[in-house]
Write a protein that binds this ligand. Structure first.
Ligand code: FE2
Length: 199
């Protein structure tokens, strides 16, 4: 099969108390897995078989809506798992921290803008840090859309679909987002993506 569900990069209970094992079991094993299965089924006869995932996402957008939705959700979730880790938050690697301070003034401001973007995304969607032409911005997108569609490179991916937080936070999306920006972000991975994007 062209696309494969990546393993969760940590044990299911490793993000407690911020995200429960039950949330991660549903989110990874049911939701993400279903996007992968459906994308693989829809890829047949799409004319895009054999292309890298990012190309399938960009080339199916506006052309093959069901394939785009499922391939983009596979891409977005794969980035989401890498954006988080147990005992996340904390120190931000040097070059990334410098770039964030240049753009936002304070790290606290970056976090506030991410919480604001995720909280105000109406319905299902995503909040991101994305790099375009060397500049970092906070971005929000609806449903399966992502920054690749505007020629930007995602470096931090935050899922704000209800299936991400409803078991643990019920309707309190902002509380999930606050926990996310303070305690879950894998800044080392974000820095790797930033370095690659500005090379
Ligand atoms: Fe999700």
């Amino acid at each position: 099969m062209p696309f494969a569900l990546p393993d969760l990069p940590f044990p299911y209970d490793a993000l407690k108390p911020y995200l429960s094992a039950e949330t991660l079991e549903y989110h990874h094993d049911k939701h993400h897995a279903a996007y992968v299965t459906t994308a693989n089924n829809l890829l047949t006869d799409s004319g895009l078989t054999g292309k890298p995932l990012e190309d399938v996402v960009k080339q199916s957008y506006g052309v093959n809506v069901p394939l785009f939705n499922n391939a983009a959700q596979h891409y977005n979730h794969s980035e989401y798992w890498k954006s988080i880790k147990p005992v996340g938050g904390g120190k931000i690697p040097g070059a990334l921290e410098k770039a964030l301070l240049q753009t936002f003034g304070l790290i606290e401001k970056v976090k506030q803008e991410l919480v604001q973007a995720g909280s105000t995304q109406f319905g299902s969607g995503w909040a991101w840090l994305a790099v375009k032409d060397g500049t970092i911005a906070v971005v929000k997108t609806g449903n399966a859309e992502n920054p690749l569609l505007t020629g930007a490179t995602p470096i931090l991916t935050i899922d704000v679909w209800e299936h991400t937080y409803y078991i643990d936070y019920r309707n309190r999306r902002a509380d999930y987002l606050k926990a996310f920006v303070d305690n879950l972000i894998n800044w080392e991975y974000v820095a790797e993506c930033y370095d690659a994007a500005v090379k």
